[in-house]
Design a protein around this ligand. Structure first.
Ligand code: 6PG
Length: 244
């Protein structure tokens, strides 16, 4: 939240409403454009949303041929590994719907090392965006989904990591994760994540209540540093929302 638009908090009554509200926001974003780009997130919080996207009635609402799917961060493991974020998204909806292959943009975790994967993914993003530089008036993404870790991390941007201050790259390798699973990661940087019409944080469950309060109170945590050139929405369920 260091710059960009001010955050808006939206509270969902329960887990079902939480996933439905996220699905509605996603569908609204993808139906506004001839070609839309969504940046997905890992973790457990988006899983109900991903399931909805693979099932009716939501499935029919997505113009699959016109939507491209990226990942904001991934664990440096093969896609068939249960830890893989893209593997999870494929199992929950992409493999069920089977959009055109070229519309799915996994982080290439088959590269030799996380930094090489980061360089390749940055090229993929630049080629998709047909630009070498990010321009706040021409967002890369239509929607960026974000999670909140219990230590305040988001994507694979962990507290005290040099990646937090990287303004030169769109994507970086993270040799050491700050939280489990302790596998190297590849993550988009704040400027790349901010290049969106909407950034949507998904925060679910009572286990997130304390860290969500800390982020909202302005503590210098990675999730607090995240910003958006477009809208910045925090979708939280009642269990995670303080005072609910
Ligand atoms: C990852 C994630 C990460 C996640 C948070 C929240 O690869 O681990 O992308 O940033 O979003 O850790 O995860 P949960 O939703 O599981 O709490």
């Amino acid at each position: 939240m260091s710059s960009g638009s001010s955050p808006k908090v939206v509270v969902a009554a329960d887990a079902a409403a939480f996933a439905e509200m996220a699905a509605r926001r996603l569908v609204d974003r993808v139906t506004q454009k001839d070609r839309a780009a969504i940046c997905l997130t890992g973790g457990s919080s988006p899983q109900d949303l991903y399931r909805l996207l693979g099932e009716e009635p939501w499935r029919a609402e997505v113009p699959w041929d016109r939507v491209h799917w990226f990942m904001g961060d991934d664990r440096f493991v093969p896609e068939h590994d249960p830890l893989s974020n893209m593997g999870m998204a494929r199992r929950l909806f992409l493999d069920r719907v089977r959009p055109p292959r070229q519309n799915i943009h996994p982080i290439p975790t088959d590269a030799n090392d996380p930094e090489t994967a980061a360089r390749r993914y940055e090229e993929d993003l630049k080629s998709f965006h047909a630009a070498q530089r990010l321009d706040p008036s021409r967002p890369l993404f239509d929607l960026v989904l974000m999670g909140l870790g219990s230590d305040g991390h988001t994507a694979s941007l962990f507290p005290n990591s040099p990646a937090l201050d990287d303004k030169a790259h769109w994507v970086v390798g993270v040799a050491k994760a700050g939280m489990e699973p302790f596998v190297p990661r590849v993550t988009l940087t704040f400027p790349a994540l901010a290049s969106t019409r909407e950034m949507l944080f998904l925060v679910e469950g009572s286990g997130k209540r304390s860290i969500f309060s800390r982020v909202m109170s302005g503590e210098d945590l990675p999730a607090h540093r995240a910003y958006s050139n477009g809208d910045l929405i925090w979708l939280v369920d009642r269990a995670a929302a303080p005072g609910q």
